[in-house]
Write a protein that binds this ligand. Structure first.
Ligand SMILES: [Zn+2]
Ligand SMILES: [Zn+2]
Length: 335
């Protein structure tokens, strides 16, 4: 079974893909991502690998919900009233794995700058390909890192999901940004937030010519970082080569800082958040969210009832304190 089911109460899509349950147990000493496995080239630096058990797939049925435009991701009120409570549709899209390095046990914080640059080029190139495909509404680029995030494969890798709809949190971000612009002469909410953080300084972590990283004022995760493009851009496609290279550099710095914070690989989610592909000048600002799950050297942050069922986060750490710790963690960045 491989379909999207409409959650009528939360008004969002759930991907039902039972094939993933049948993922084979890998032999302990064999990794499909290693050169020589037969599944990847014998020599590579960074490699785009099609996900063997994709949540979204080009072969799946098309996304045709409620006879609404595919890129909206949410039905109009009229369509919703008439929609079946048990609506379903096809998860047409694409899922890829990005192998960061041929080295099986290399933590991403040890990845060389040249490899990070190639990773950013792969993210951008794949986003460009999806931009030409009318089936795709938005491209999600992310990495789950560490067993605490449920990753069983130590080989350094991230993922790219090309989705046929705008997922709910992105919709909410777009709605906030649209509302802010309407009330502030078209100003970008994200640009303004970044400016305010740079003025305040207390939560800044690292910066270079093209990007600024800070612990958000209302961080939901311990040592959460928002990395914002200094110049207003909605997707990776709008960055210049120099900006992409700067992005690689600051990601490398942040990942090193995280692993130096407690002296081990920080379990985290890293998400490159881009605006919708089928909208001209969407009110969205390209940024990277780092969401770590470690709230101290010995304690993990679990998403429990209040976070998961109600959507309200309890933060056990002061954002300003975490920012200071991250600023002091090596490598120190000029601010
Ligand atoms: Zn491997
Ligand atoms: Zn902006």
């Amino acid at each position: 079974m491989h379909q999207l089911r409409w959650h009528a109460v939360l008004q969002q899509w759930v991907v039902v893909t039972t094939d993933r349950q049948n993922r084979p147990q890998m032999p302990a000493n064999w990794c499909p991502f290693d050169p020589g496995s037969g599944r990847v080239p014998d020599h590579y630096d960074v490699y785009l690998y099609p996900n063997d058990f994709p949540a979204f797939s080009p072969d799946a049925d098309p996304f045709e919900p409620f006879s609404m435009p595919a890129h909206k991701g949410r039905p109009t009120p009229g369509a919703l009233a008439q929609a079946e409570l048990f609506a379903e549709t096809g998860p047409r899209g694409a899922c890829d794995v990005v192998l960061y390095s041929p080295e099986h046990t290399l933590p991403p914080s040890k990845l060389g700058l040249e490899n990070w640059k190639k990773v950013v080029e792969v993210w951008t190139g794949r986003t460009r390909e999806h931009a030409d495909n009318p089936d795709i509404a938005m491209v999600a680029v992310f990495e789950n890192c560490g067993e605490a995030v449920g990753v069983t494969m130590p080989h350094p890798h991230g993922q790219i999901y090309a989705m046929p709809f705008i997922p709910p949190i992105s919709q909410r971000e777009l709605a906030s940004s649209r509302e802010y612009a309407a009330a502030h002469n078209g100003e970008c909410l994200f640009c303004r937030l970044m400016e305010k953080e740079e003025e305040a300084r207390a939560r800044m972590v690292a910066a270079n010519d093209h990007f600024a990283a800070f612990v958000p004022f209302a961080a939901r995760f311990p040592a959460e970082i928002g990395l914002y493009a200094r110049r207003h851009a909605s997707t990776l496609l709008e960055l210049t080569e120099q900006e992409r290279s700067s992005l690689a550099e600051i990601i490398s710095i942040i990942r090193q800082k995280y692993d130096n914070l407690y002296g081990f690989v920080m379990p985290l989610m890293m998400t490159v958040k881009q605006g919708p592909l089928r909208e001209t000048e969407p009110p969205y600002h390209l940024h990277v969210q780092f969401l770590p799950l470690q709230r101290s050297a010995t304690k993990l942050k679990y998403l429990a009832s209040i976070e998961t069922a109600y959507g309200t986060f309890l933060a056990d750490t002061a954002p300003e304190e975490m920012a200071e710790n991250l600023r002091k963690a090596k490598p120190i960045s000029n601010l």
